[in-house]
Design a protein around this ligand. Structure first.
Ligand code: DGL
Length: 299
């Protein structure tokens, strides 16, 4: 005899989380830790990653496709867990989608403002995120006197995705271990990229990781910046904002709800996504599906 699946309660509906690939799992992990009864429906557009070297128009289109796909899967709210996609597409997604949408840039800006004492902040992000000026605007909206130094890092997303794909550096508790990607080649590339901030003499005391892939490179980044500079990211602040919104909307899942996390990727290599994704998410990705670009484009 077949049993019908139990209907999901209104508040038990998942939180949709979207990224260009694996990086957004750093945010999904923070959400799962802070809100253990919430279900997550994660979509990683791995096939079209990296977004940071594309045009704003292209990324905006991808954000809307992903948002419509997630909305069709009955999410209660969408997190754009990608700074590049937030910079290009948050506003249009908020206008067009039938669910509330939050991004990671305003939370990242808040984390930077809470940290800086010199009121000089570096923003390490993809070229597109830096180009849009979205971080500068978000930081200045909170404190107009803060100087913002944008530092584009064109190679970091590919380094992270490549290193994760090889599996060579996977360690169980990477968040506690900044040395996971600490190879001489990667450290040299990170130091080269950060040199404009380090050599500027600008008294930057805080660098915000303006890309959700970059927490995976936090060891080499800290090493390049030296001990006087704090490194902050948006994951915790984003989770705080998400919690506030769900509380206000009375949409938090009840304490009796067992979370069901689901993952979808446009990658053709599910095994690779599963291995690297489990490592970043901090628990096995049990349910992974492949979504074709054709299916996404229908949305
Ligand atoms: N995790 C994305 C971000 O936060 C990476 C962007 C990319 O795909 O280049 O910007």
């Amino acid at each position: 005899m077949a049993f019908a699946a139990e209907p999901v309660s209104e508040n038990g509906r998942p939180i949709g989380v979207f990224d260009s690939g694996l990086g957004g799992l750093t945010v999904a992990r923070a959400i799962a830790c802070t809100l253990p009864h919430e279900s997550i429906y994660y979509l990683g557009d791995t096939k079209r990653c990296p977004y940071g070297v594309r045009t704003e128009d292209e990324v905006r289109t991808f954000v809307l496709q992903a948002g419509r796909w997630l909305a069709a899967h009955d999410i209660k709210i969408m997190i754009i867990a990608c700074n590049t996609a937030t910079a290009a597409g948050l506003r249009i997604a908020q206008q067009m989608l039938p669910v509330p949408v939050i991004g990671v840039i305003a939370p990242g800006a808040r984390a930077a403002i809470n940290s800086t004492r010199t009121r000089k902040v570096g923003v390490l992000a993809t070229p597109l995120t830096v180009r849009t000026g979205a971080y500068t605007q978000a930081i200045r909206a909170l404190d107009a006197g803060v100087s913002v130094y944008g530092c584009p890092a064109p190679s970091f997303v590919e380094i992270v995705e490549r290193e994760l794909a090889t599996g060579a550096h996977l360690q169980e508790r990477w968040l506690q271990n900044g040395d996971v990607f600490d190879t001489p080649e990667i450290c040299a590339e990170v130091a080269r990229t950060l040199d404009p901030i380090v050599a500027s003499g600008a008294d930057v005391d805080t660098v915000v990781l303006g890309c959700t892939h970059f927490p995976l490179l936090v060891g080499p980044i800290r090493k390049a910046l030296g001990p006087g500079v704090r490194v902050v990211s948006s994951a915790e602040e984003t989770t705080r904002e998400l919690t506030d919104i769900l509380q206000r909307r009375e949409q938090l899942a009840g304490d009796d709800v067992e979370p069901q996390h689901r993952f979808a990727t446009t990658s053709d290599n599910i095994a690779e996504f599963a291995a690297a994704g489990s490592f970043i998410f901090g628990q096995p990705l049990k349910s992974i599906e492949h979504v074709s670009l054709e299916e996404l484009k229908e949305h």
